[in-house]
Design a protein around this ligand. Structure first.
Ligand SMILES: Cc1ncc(C[n+]2csc(CCOP(=O)(O)OP(=O)(O)O)c2C)c(N)n1
Length: 365
């Protein structure tokens, strides 16, 4: 097991004091301790870019953290800007290694988990695996190599490998007038036509939708769970909508929506009257430990308008939920609904299983 305090000490000793990344549950106990000079971003490529700028202006080495699923987003700036053969920008990558061959994990993590080491090798990134105390020495040596050669280096950390520490964060104030995501989805399913198609985003959103559909035994509503491909749910919904007569609803999280925000401009242009985009706004990456999405200041009404959606609805208290939801569902789309939610899910929340079957049922006429 790895003690996050010891890892932090090594970073500090090497004068690494700027941190940026997209949160991951595997790294939560570490990233919660990055205090000063820490910017949580919404796309791993953004983290690499921010770190690059930080190096250019300070000559100091930045630390970037992410789940290995985010390596895909990060590869472009890593290979075409930071790489030794381009600008040779040094950085330390701390990567949560989901789907590592040693650990049991969900289907969406298995392939990426198996190829993570090969990907790093292909990218020419030297790395070590942090499992036990002694591995920290290897990490220290890698940082020295990074400094000397002005190259990116990485460490991989598997699930449950960081010693859990007590939460240091003060609990957030809860707005009791807000609705919970679970209760909203229950209400939504009661109100929609039986042949509606729903594409749900990564994490709790898909898990809760799956739980409600299973426990209430809804037969005809067709879900497509985006267990991976974070940030792409609305584009998948658009692809469905282009050739569909049914109502098509995308259930999105704010972390996911911000990851690929630009796609909303394409959706608003090409989606039809039955396209409905619902955003659960909690200003956090709740599914991986409630880390901030740094988006308190964002105005989704203006964004939606600016990106070409003509219709925007807002639910910001439980008491108006049913009436606004009714208008949103009955009026023509493409339309966007922002639902401000309070965090919290149910206990023992399951996960969508048998994804091949999910696909077959979704595609059946
Ligand atoms: C490309 C990528 N980066 C990071 C993750 C890890 N991850 C899974 S769910 C999640 C948080 C999603 O946040 P949000 O969309 O706001 O939904 P919430 O968890 O708040 O319901 C993250 C960061 C991922 N699956 N894929």
């Amino acid at each position: 097991m790895i003690d996050s305090e010891k890892l932090l000490k090594i970073l500090k000793k090497n004068k690494i004091d700027f941190f940026t990344g997209v949160p991951d549950s595997v790294l939560k106990d570490l990233s919660d301790k990055f205090k000063k000079n820490h910017i949580t971003v919404n796309n791993e490529g953004t983290a690499v870019a921010l770190a690059t700028g930080y190096f250019l202006s300070t000559k100091k080495i930045p630390c970037i953290y992410m789940q290995n699923s985010g390596l895909g987003n990060a590869i472009n700036p890593i290979i075409s800007i930071a790489h030794k053969k381009v600008y040779s920008i040094p950085s330390i990558l701390i990567i949560g290694w989901r789907g590592s061959p040693r650990k049991k994990d969900e289907p969406q993590h298995l392939v990426k988990g198996r190829i993570t080491k090969s990907l790093l090798k292909l990218l020419g990134i030297k790395f070590c695996i942090l499992k036990k105390k002694d591995d920290l020495k290897k990490f220290d040596n890698l940082i020295k190599y990074c400094k000397k050669n002005s190259k990116t280096v990485a460490c991989l950390i598997e699930k449950n490998q960081i010693i859990k520490s007590k939460s240091l964060k003060k609990p957030k104030k809860v707005n009791k007038y807000l609705i919970k995501r679970y209760n909203f989805i229950e209400t939504l399913l009661e109100k929609i036509k039986r042949d509606t198609k729903i594409v749900s985003s990564t994490g709790f959103i898909s898990r809760e939708l799956n739980d409600i559909l299973e426990t209430k035994n809804y037969k005809n509503i067709k879900p497509f769970y985006m267990v991976g491909g974070m940030g792409h749910s609305s584009s998948v919904t658009l692809g469905i909508d282009l050739n569909s007569k049914t109502q098509n609803i995308c259930l999105d999280g704010d972390g996911a929506l911000l990851m690929h925000l630009g796609s909303m401009g394409i959706t608003s242009k090409f989606a039809g009257k039955k396209f409905k985009h619902i955003l659960f706004r909690n200003n956090s990456h709740e599914s991986v430990g409630n880390q901030t999405t740094n988006s308190n200041h964002i105005n989704y009404k203006l964004i939606t308008k600016g990106l070409g959606f003509k219709k925007y609805y807002l639910i910001n208290k439980r008491s108006t939920c049913e009436s606004i939801l009714k208008k949103f569902l009955n009026n023509t789309g493409p339309a966007f609904l922002e639902v401000r939610i309070k965090s919290g899910s149910i206990e023992n929340l399951g996960r969508p299983k048998n994804l091949e079957q999910v696909k077959h049922s979704f595609m059946k006429n």
